[in-house]
Write a protein that binds this ligand. Structure first.
Ligand SMILES: *[C@@H]1O[C@H](CO)[C@@H](O)[C@H](O)[C@H]1NC(C)=O
Ligand SMILES: *[C@@H]1O[C@H](CO)[C@@H](O)[C@H](O)[C@H]1NC(C)=O
Ligand SMILES: *[C@@H]1O[C@H](CO)[C@@H](O)[C@H](O)[C@H]1NC(C)=O
Length: 169
């Protein structure tokens, strides 16, 4: 008879404490490379979703990617900072089918369900070589000789501003 009592205590404690955190965003896949289909999933939403707003950067009308109102027709409205081919799902998830390095940054979601909640996540999009391999790179530049292991996209960025770059396979 001891176990049911402990179970009941746990249940009551759970009711008293309630959810300890609000909504959270998780990014898939991780790490995120250029041209990946990226999903930003909103977890732990309580209740029925009435509206979803996604922003890139600060929470402002100018930074709005899109809004999604399940009861509207169509449910999605593209905002001033709309990202090409981005779409929201009824569960608030944001999908960017071919993510680019310029899409890196902080994303904010605001969800109206049982209550109005907000969360943010920082997306880091990495460069990738055609075959997905990592290359060893020697770049001779203004700051001397640097040797590091980078992916090709990073190499291209890294060698900008350098006098000379050399790719060693
Ligand atoms: C939301 O829906 C999308 C598309 O069906 C799915 O991929 C994703 O896993 C869902 N997200 C959550 C948090 O359930
Ligand atoms: C938003 O943009 C997508 C193209 O990426 C388009 O298919 C959709 O119709 C647009 N939605 C609205 C409401 O204009
Ligand atoms: C992101 O969320 C964290 C934790 O809730 C908060 O401290 C921070 O101010 C938020 N950043 C933005 C840009 O909203």
């Amino acid at each position: 008879h001891v176990i049911p009592v402990i179970g009941l205590k746990g249940f009551i404690l759970g009711l008293l404490i309630g959810p300890t955190h609000g909504i959270e965003i998780s990014v898939e896949p991780l790490p995120t490379y250029v041209n990946d289909p990226a999903l930003m999933k909103v977890n732990d939403i309580v209740g029925t979703i009435q509206s979803v707003n996604w922003y890139k950067g600060e929470h402002s009308a100018q930074n709005q990617i899109l809004s999604y109102i399940p009861s509207a027709n169509p449910p999605q409205t593209n905002g001033s900072s709309y990202i090409e081919n981005a779409a929201a799902f009824p569960n608030a998830t944001l999908s960017i089918p071919r993510v680019q390095i310029s899409h890196s940054g902080t994303y904010i979601v605001q969800v109206q369900a049982t209550k109005l909640e907000q969360a943010n996540v920082t997306l880091t999009v990495k460069g990738k070589s055609c075959d997905g391999r990592k290359y060893k790179v020697t770049a001779t530049g203004l700051v001397g000789t640097q040797r590091s292991v980078l992916s090709l996209g990073e190499v291209l960025m890294e060698t900008m501003g350098l006098k000379q770059g050399r790719l060693m396979l």
